[in-house]
Design a protein around this ligand. Structure first.
Ligand code: S3P
Length: 438
């Protein structure tokens, strides 16, 4: 069990300077998965040394892959090829990490051995039928609890999976990636169509590993064809971690902050679009391509934000950033309305309810709706709020401290380690008055 951690944030401050936030979580997961399945040695730099990506790394070590590191973000993976994984001797514990569980369930469905995937309390409550249902249509044999949750027992069906076409009912990169990974082991074509664009790191990285994947409009198609070829991966900074500072420097007076080497894959930049619509002052420079992923330096200066109706087409592109965008809305003039974001209710916590509860404690007029929130901007007071063990909720309320009138205490913050282990130290250096106690 991890220790319980409480953040205390003194009101006020501003964000100044230049920094690099940690590596992208989604890309870090995929670098371990595809590096392990490749032929040859893959070197990863900028790897996120957070609990979630480390859970994926340990899972592959448990399945017999030799992986060195991480040391200062460097990982060396000695790939075993598509058929080189071995059964883990024990159940594979994936902690808080939904991405690990959903992607692994696809990848393990077509192996020659059985696997058991388990997780912490939050992960064990999250819906898994969204992957087990389509996988079973491919011939996968996966048992879950009656509620359709973990633990998952996967009976490997080597050589028996059948490719198929799936029209995803929800926009989910985890479901898409899960099925594409199962498609590596299936007979015939596996194709997945998405109702709205979702992050395409799996598709881009497969191309980087010289594995053929077709992309036509909203459909990705893969087929069992040869092997992945090892490559080197430079993981950009995570825009989802940068988002806390994009909002923080926007809402705190006299802020001027530059974040270096941030991934700006167009399937991830909804947070920039939403903030710009609210009047944020965000400049991108030094745009470049790093191993198939676009990257830029981002400068953010204080701005007077105004409330907006958030366009629904931006929801999937900013899906992990709504907790902190709600804080931006609380500081904006007028009303901000989010709709079409029901998925937020099944993230690491129910992010609609948990954010509304915390914002209300801080005196903000925040009304949760079935699929979003209505927030009237105003002043943020102080108080004690619960993060419900959700890393992004904890960091969002910490950022709220920049505009609060009194101290904010945030409970249950240990899971900040899943995505941003150095948050307290880095945020403190940039100007947030934050401390952390066990
Ligand atoms: C992720 C996809 C998203 C996102 C999660 C990471 C990924 O989940 O919320 O943090 O790495 O594929 P969904 O696919 O459930 O939307």
């Amino acid at each position: 069990m991890t220790d319980s951690i409480t953040f205390t944030v003194q009101a006020g401050g501003h964000l100044q300077g230049e920094t690099r936030v940690p590596g992208d979580k989604s890309i870090s997961h995929r670098s371990i998965m595809l590096g392990s399945l490749a032929q040859g040695t893959t070197k990863v730099t900028g790897f996120l040394e957070g609990d979630d990506a480390l859970a994926t790394l340990r899972a592959f070590q448990a399945m017999g892959v030799k992986i060195e590191g991480p040391v200062k973000g460097e990982v060396t993976i000695h790939g075993v090829g598509l058929n080189g994984l071995q059964a883990s001797k024990e159940a594979i514990y994936l902690g808080n990490s939904g991405t690990s569980m959903r992607l692994l369930s696809g990848l393990l469905a077509g192996q020659a051995f059985d696997s058991i995937l388990t997780g912490d309390e939050s992960l064990s409550g999250r819906p898994m039928r969204r992957v087990t249902d389509p996988l079973s249509k491919m011939g996968a044999k996966i048992e879950s609890t009656e509620k359709g949750t973990a633990p998952l027992t996967i009976r490997g069906q080597a050589g028996k999976l059948q490719g198929f076409h799936y029209d995803m009912p929800i926009a989910s990169a985890q479901v898409k990636s899960c099925l594409l990974l199962a498609g590596l082991y299936a007979q015939g074509e596996t194709s997945v169509s998405e109702p709205a664009p979702t992050r395409d790191h799996t598709e881009r990285m497969l191309t980087g590993f010289k594995y053929p994947i077709k992309q036509e409009k909203n459909t990705a198609t893969i087929e069992r064809k040869g092997e992945l070829t090892a490559t080197n991966i430079d993981v950009p900074s995570d825009i989802s971690s940068a988002a806390f500072f994009l909002v923080g420097a926007s809402i705190a007076k006299n802020s001027d902050l530059t974040l270096k080497h941030v991934g700006i894959n167009p399937t991830r930049t909804g947070v920039i679009d939403v903030l710009r619509l609210m009047g944020a002052n965000i400049e991108l420079s030094n745009q470049r391509d790093v191993g198939g992923e676009p990257v830029a330096d981002i400068r953010i200066r204080s701005a007077n934000l105004k409330g907006i109706q958030i366009p629904e087409e931006l929801v999937a592109l900013a899906i992990d950033e709504f907790p902190v965008l709600f804080v931006a809305a609380a500081c904006a003039e007028g009303e901000t309305v989010l709709t079409g974001a029901k998925e937020l209710r099944v993230k690491e916590s129910d992010r609609i309810q948990v954010m509304a509860d915390g914002l209300k404690i801080l005196g903000v007029d925040a009304q949760p709706t079935e699929d979003g929130m209505v927030i009237h901007g105003g002043t943020i007071g102080g108080g004690q709020v619960a993060s419900h063990g959700d890393h992004r909720i904890a960091m969002s309320f910490a950022i709220a401290g920049l505009r609060a009138e009194d101290t904010i205490v945030i409970n249950d913050c240990a899971n900040v380690n899943t995505s941003f282990p150095d948050f307290v130290n880095l945020a403190g250096k940039l100007g947030l008055n934050i401390s952390s106690e066990k």
